[in-house]
Design a protein around this ligand. Structure first.
Ligand SMILES: *Cc1c(COP(=O)(O)O)cnc(C)c1O
Length: 361
């Protein structure tokens, strides 16, 4: 079985081993110390050196997205959302669900976000921008410089769902003045699913601390921010995932730092794209994150390719979902896959397409 899906991804053997080992009780000083070190290490990968500004919880990524909406957006805020696919739409749904004020920049699936889209929202009193920096449904990587300077110009806070771009593309909260970042365990970090992490700028921390209690008790960021100072969480944390994280941070260090890791993901993405185009597959031409490559099909049902790869070859790729389900599939480049795996994937893709086309005629 080979996994080319965005997450949970194929884990490294060292990560899988972690669950065989002993672990500390989570209310012990040993655990607190270990968790604090992990959070410091992860913060630095996010480009955030503000102390005690990274919290984590037992939840999937969407839990943290919803928590951000509940905790960070006040009555007075006017939000803007980049909605270029299912994950952008999720922010809209969450904001609507919680009765927040927002507008959305609605992008077609293959439309590249540019300054033209932002123009009408300049000087309109917007206070926050929500964006999934990589819209995982399409793989589009939005231009962080564009979004960052738009927010700076307009005095807006920038809230980023970096779940799929983190550790696939360069990321830096300080550099781009990002106020909030959401990541989760099962994508670029290649850990088990079940942990979400939220990283705050100083001013976002202050805003949250001064805000009234959110509608959810479990997801009250104030409690997490208070407890993280001593390496703790209000409720049982995903203990094993933190041990896996410790292992992964060691791995990055051994590899020669996060840039080496990014280079590996990039090399896999570029190799796959070159090979796919050479084999006659179509890759969309909007800017892509290195996390995945979408393949576009005109004349054949992409969902059938996804199931045939799974059933006949034991290879998992992502379907595209929504109105793109029959048109596109997605191949991920994170996790423990190799160049040889990619060669096999291309070969099987070609065979599968031929087979499906053959059957049709
Ligand atoms: C995977 C992903 C999520 C989180 O999905 P969950 O199923 O809740 O973990 C959120 N945003 C983006 C951009 C993602 O890729």
């Amino acid at each position: 079985m080979t996994m080319f899906i965005v997450g949970p991804v194929e884990m490294y053997p060292e990560t899988k081993q972690v669950r065989m080992k002993d672990f500390s009780y989570f209310r012990s000083p040993e655990y607190s110390e270990m968790a604090s070190q992990c959070l410091t290490g992860l913060s630095s990968l996010l480009g955030n050196d503000e102390p005690n500004s990274l919290i984590y919880m037992a939840s999937s990524g969407t839990g943290a997205m919803e928590a951000a909406v509940e905790n960070c957006v006040s009555e007075k805020d006017k939000c803007l959302v980049v909605n270029g696919g299912t994950f952008g739409r999720r922010f809209c749904e969450l904001l609507a669900y919680h009765g927040k004020t927002f507008s959305e920049i609605d992008l077609e699936w293959n439309e590249r976000l540019s300054d033209r889209h932002l123009l009408r929202y300049e000087n309109q009193g917007y206070t926050m921008l929500f964006v999934n920096l990589c819209e995982t449904q399409t793989g589009q990587l939005y231009d962080i410089e564009l979004l960052s300077s738009f927010c700076r110009r307009n005095g807006m806070m920038l809230l980023v769902d970096a779940i799929s771009t983190f550790l696939a593309d360069a990321y830096d909260m300080n550099k781009y003045g990002i106020d909030l970042t959401i990541i989760s365990s099962q994508k670029g970090l290649a850990l088990s699913p079940g942990a979400a992490f939220v990283s705050f700028s100083r001013r976002m921390m202050d805003k949250v601390i001064q805000s009234p209690a959110p509608s959810s008790k479990y997801f009250d960021f104030k409690d997490f921010l208070t407890d993280v100072v001593r390496g703790q969480t209000p409720y049982t944390p995903p203990v094993f995932i933190m041990y896996e994280l410790r292992e992964m941070l060691k791995r990055f260090e051994k590899e020669g730092g996060p840039d080496t890791h990014l280079a590996v993901v990039k090399r896999k993405a570029e190799y796959f794209r070159t090979e796919a185009v050479n084999a006659g597959f179509r890759v969309p031409d909007y800017p892509l994150s290195n996390v995945l490559t979408p393949l576009y099909f005109d004349d054949i049902d992409a969902e059938r390719i996804v199931s045939a790869l799974r059933d006949d070859c034991g290879i998992y790729v992502n379907p595209c979902g929504g109105h793109l389900a029959k048109k596109m599939l997605r191949v991920a480049h994170i996790g423990n896959t190799t160049m040889e795996d990619i060669d096999i994937l291309i070969e099987k893709l070609l065979l599968t397409v031929e087979k499906i086309k053959g059957r049709k005629e």
